[in-house]
Design a protein around this ligand. Sequence first.
Ligand SMILES: Cc1cc2nc3c(=O)[nH]c(=O)nc-3n(C[C@H](O)[C@H](O)[C@H](O)COP(=O)(O)O)c2cc1C
Length: 451
Amino acid sequence: MSDQQRQLSLNAFIYPAGHHESAWRHPLTTPERLYDVSYFQEIARTAEAAKLDAIFFADGPALRSDVEHGAAGALEPITLLTAIATATERIGLIATASTTYFEPYNLARLFASLDHISRGRAGWNIVTTGTDVAAANFGLSSHPDHADRYARAREFVDATVKLWDSWEDDAILIDKAAGIYADPSKIHEINYVGRHLRVRGPFNAPRSPQGHPVLVQAGASNEGRAFAGQYAEAIFTAHQRLSDGQAFYADVKQRAVQFGRNPEHVKILPGISPFLGDTEAEARDLEREFNELTSPEYGIAQLEALTGSSVRHLDLDAPVPAGLFGDAGDVTDNKQSRLQVIAGIVERENPTLRGLLHRLAGARGHRVVVGTPVQVADTIEEWFTQGAADGFNVMPPYYPGGLEVFAQKVVPILQERGLFRTEYSGTTLRDHFGLPRPESQYADAPGTVAL
Ligand SMILES: Cc1cc2nc3c(=O)[nH]c(=O)nc-3n(C[C@H](O)[C@H](O)[C@H](O)COP(=O)(O)O)c2cc1C
């Protein structure tokens, strides 16, 4: 496919008051609406009016550490997306759910229900959960280690997809005259037995409109990439530099090919957090306003949570010691890929601790781009055409205005350049991402269920 015909995928990553950590303090935001469903429905409609592919909510089953200085807490995202589904028609609906702290049967039901209710717009961001404080909320004395979490994640996805496939597409007959509702030979036990999980099945709902929800993934460690290459249909990722984005893109596409997959069916979406102004100076002023509202205590707590290293003893205005977070090639057990992004910033830019905190305040290590709509469109085009992205996870620094200005000013430029749709051509998230509808792995297998 030539670059002319290739179309960007754009996803709006919704984060309570915005991705900048001080967004909730800025006059442009309304944090008192964070538990009001209409706030999120309005944001979703803005994304849909701009013809974006999807919206996305992150999640974790634990309260963040610093509730004093940050907008902590959030509505449960699958529930929230279900309410948004009824207020929208086309936009894809992606939520995070953890393979460490769910069971496949429960999770399969939630996402299949969302896919039915939204008529084929559901996506699941598969995470293993990076925050170790979640363990204590589930009766565990410690958070399982990285390798164990990914081993369970593989079993989890295998079992969950089997559940979603366990009703063949034509299992329901509704033959009123003959008195036959469904064909038992087309409904299958899955009898999944792994090291971590055992699930008999069958599922208790029919196959959903997309066959199964789109599988999304966001971990970029070696195990995370291997997992992505095998399973993920879309990938969220964080890169500061084009060369890092290109290396990641080539690596994950290559891994997909090794698993016998079509690399075009793996959409790679790096994060971009745009501070927009009519002039570059105006955009810089806006970013400065947000940075001036940051609290060092909050930034330190976030940085410690992201890296697992203590920084509170350091002088805010002295350079961060080289190697504090390991070198950029190092790995530790927790949140490996983001740690590399942060270690890379320290290595290249030698920032003070305050400087590093400001650098991360925008979007926790995702790329912040400050400039005019044309400058933001240019960088999107560059990454898209230079082998670093199939699209972007758009992370506005503040909601709802940061998305509105992106929709009104950047999207039309991308459309004029022929890089982005002006109308939806399909109705499902798979249609928007250009992904095929998977066949049930049980198609034509003998049935196993006695109804
Ligand atoms: C855009 C994006 C969104 C993410 N959302 C979540 C999330 O909602 N919940 C979560 O626990 N981790 C989330 N993560 C973190 C990753 O899933 C993963 O845990 C982290 O990158 C560490 O994994 P790794 O060690 O394989 O790199 C997100 C990462 C990215 C890039």
